[in-house]
Design a protein around this ligand. Structure first.
Ligand SMILES: Nc1ncnc2c1ncn2[C@@H]1O[C@H](COP(=O)(O)OP(=O)(O)O)[C@@H](O)[C@H]1O
Ligand SMILES: [Mg+2]
Length: 222
């Protein structure tokens, strides 16, 4: 079976004024369908930069990112947007829910830009994450853990192949954090590829495959 994600010698250099900063230094990696992976590293090691390349939210300075065997750099911006919308679900540390939309409206939002509408899926997903009684709450009326569960439901609305989670428990207490990780592991069993970023190894203990990042390089794991 082919790789869902492949990074070939991906590097990222930021130039600010006269200062060049090599934030990622030749990262190579591949992930098969339904595989799970934890990216572990201290703050500033390049984890978010790496995930943003995979999610086509940022462009490498060198190297290539392939999604389902297709080189992202050879896609035009609308093809890239389509991959982002249909193949990838994002979960972030600070949830990024829209405050003036209800939980259900937040979940259904990414479907509005899609030709394929799936009536009832938003409700179904909110039930799956245990929020059947919170569908019409606004984010301000939800706890952090509940907000993150809304964000997970939103990430799943367009039936992605890949979930990218950047420190998904970073803003939660340990009990809510564990619930969120359990939901994410559960997805992986349904054959969704999962990449979770964390600086906390205990969060990643159930994820079999781990890579450790330091100063923009993989220092352990593959
Ligand atoms: N847009 C940017 N411009 C310049 N430097 C950046 C930018 N984004 C991140 N960096 C730098 O790249 C390094 C890695 O950042 P990041 O990928 O966010 O690390 P992590 O997610 O592991 O904490 C940091 O030193 C950060 O200051
Ligand atoms: Mg980060």
């Amino acid at each position: 079976m082919g790789n869902v994600i492949e990074l070939k010698n991906v590097g990222k250099t930021y130039t600010i004024g006269e200062v060049k900063l090599d934030v990622l230094k030749g990262i190579s990696l591949s992930l098969k369908k339904g595989e799970d992976l934890a990216i572990i590293g201290a703050s500033g090691s390049g984890k978010t930069t790496m995930l943003n390349m995979i999610g086509i939210l940022d462009t490498p300075t060198i190297g290539h990112v392939l999604i389902d065997g297709k080189d992202v750099s050879k896609m035009n911006t609308s093809e890239q947007a389509e991959v982002r919308r249909n193949k990838i679900g994002f979960v972030f540390q600070f949830f990024y829910l829209l405050p003036n939309l209800t939980a259900l409206e937040n979940v259904e939002l990414p479907m509005m830009f899609n030709k394929k509408r799936n009536v009832g899926r938003g409700e179904e997903l909110l039930k799956q994450v245990g929020l059947e009684k919170r569908m019409h709450h606004y984010p301000g009326q939800l706890s952090g853990g509940e907000r993150q569960r809304v964000a997970i439901a939103r990430a799943l609305i367009n039936e992605p192949e890949i979930i990218l989670a950047d420190e998904p428990t970073g803003n939660l207490d340990s009990k809510s954090g564990k619930q969120i990780m359990d939901i994410l592991y559960g997805l992986n069993k349904k054959k969704i590829s999962l990449i979770v970023i964390t600086h906390d190894t205990s969060i990643a203990k159930n994820i079999k495959r781990k890579i450790y990042l330091k100063d923009g390089q993989i220092i352990k794991g593959r």
